[in-house]
Design a protein around this ligand. Structure first.
Ligand code: ZN
Length: 344
């Protein structure tokens, strides 16, 4: 059997998503083609859109689904340490996300709630790396005070967007910022953002604000749960300014661009190449932000440039990147796979 090699991944944007977006992704990928309501590009995905058979799964250049390829060769793709800790789950979903309208207020369940109520062993912790933002770009994240279940139920029944947004912290976002979104924390995003999003590999959202978003009309905002059950997954105690600051990336975490809060779930590093840089072996998703150059691996070499997305299987070994480029390396939890996402 021939050794696995890094591969470039084509755009993989599920259609008819419940909010407008997609033009920013096409621009990032240097494509002129964009379809409305395709605000998310699932990169190196083994995750289906909730309730949609096969939609969201990445297809490899040979036509095989990445999910099936990993199922057949988990050690080759993920490496022995990762498989020992997590089995065949990549533990990672990476997306490009572009908002052309404000994203509705929603939250995600944690692992325990997802297992108990949503038939999923994993919930969804997510993190954002801001690639592009308008001057007034922002995230709304976490309540700015303690709220009660009856208050939130009232907002939900009345679909009182103003009250929901007024109760959330407002976090200005600019390119380069990173934010970890713990499960249970309500959040929304402004219009005009382009993000790289790292997530646990599920598509579970509990949506509080739906009436203003006609594209949500065919979906159940609470995934079939009664409001009183769904609210058990919501963090109603609020986030203080200090807690919010801890969710932003800082120099405090030497091994990831993201806050330490993300370490049990995934990591991301920014790599600037000027000349030549070697990357350690490991399953990862690379997003080339800008520049041009090439990737060399034991089986060959290919050109890369801004907008290229690449999957590196563990078995491909260390790869070398040459040229002048800036890229992000997104990886599963580091403690488990024994590699670091950093350069060597
Ligand atoms: Zn979210």
């Amino acid at each position: 059997m021939s050794r696995l090699a890094p591969v470039t991944l084509q755009a993989n944007q599920p259609r008819d998503r419940p909010y407008a977006g997609g033009v920013g992704i096409a621009k990032f990928r240097r494509s002129t083609h964009s379809v409305p309501y395709t605000p998310e590009d699932f990169v190196g995905s083994t995750t289906e859109v909730h309730g949609a058979h096969r939609i969201g799964l990445s297809v490899l250049p040979d036509g095989q689904l990445l999910r099936d390829a990993i199922e057949h060769d988990p050690l080759g793709y993920l490496g022995p340490e990762h498989v020992k800790a997590y089995g065949r789950s990549t533990r990672l979903l990476v997306k490009l996300l572009n908002t052309q309208e404000r994203l509705f207020v929603h939250y995600h369940p944690d692992d325990e709630f997802a297992a108990e109520h949503l038939h999923s062993p994993l919930g969804k912790t997510e993190a954002w790396i801001v690639i592009d933002a308008p001057p007034d770009g922002y995230a709304a994240l976490g309540f700015n005070r303690r709220v009660t279940a009856s208050e939130v139920t009232e907002w939900y029944r009345e679909q009182d967007s103003e009250a929901m947004l007024a109760a959330l912290n407002r976090l200005p976002l600019k390119p380069g910022d990173t934010v970890v979104v713990p499960p249970g924390q309500p959040h929304a995003l402004s219009e005009g953002l382009l993000l790289v999003e790292l997530q646990q590999p599920t598509d579970l959202s509990l949506i509080l604000e739906h009436a203003r978003f006609p594209a949500l009309s065919g979906t159940d905002p609470l995934l079939g749960l009664p409001i009183e059950v769904a609210l058990r997954a919501l963090r109603m105690d609020g986030l203080t300014t200090a807690q919010l600051e801890d969710l932003r990336g800082s120099d405090k975490n030497p091994s990831s661009l993201l806050s330490c809060a993300a370490d049990p779930y995934f990591s991301a590093t920014r790599i600037a190449v000027d000349g030549s840089t070697a990357l350690e072996a490991g399953f990862s998703i690379l997003i080339v932000l800008e520049g041009s150059g090439s990737m060399t691996h034991p089986g060959g070499e290919f050109e890369i440039r801004g907008g290229t997305t690449i999957l590196t299987p563990f078995e491909a070994g260390p790869v070398e990147i040459s040229g002048q480029l800036t890229l992000l390396r997104c990886a599963p939890p580091q403690s488990a796979n024994g590699t670091t996402a950093a350069t060597v």
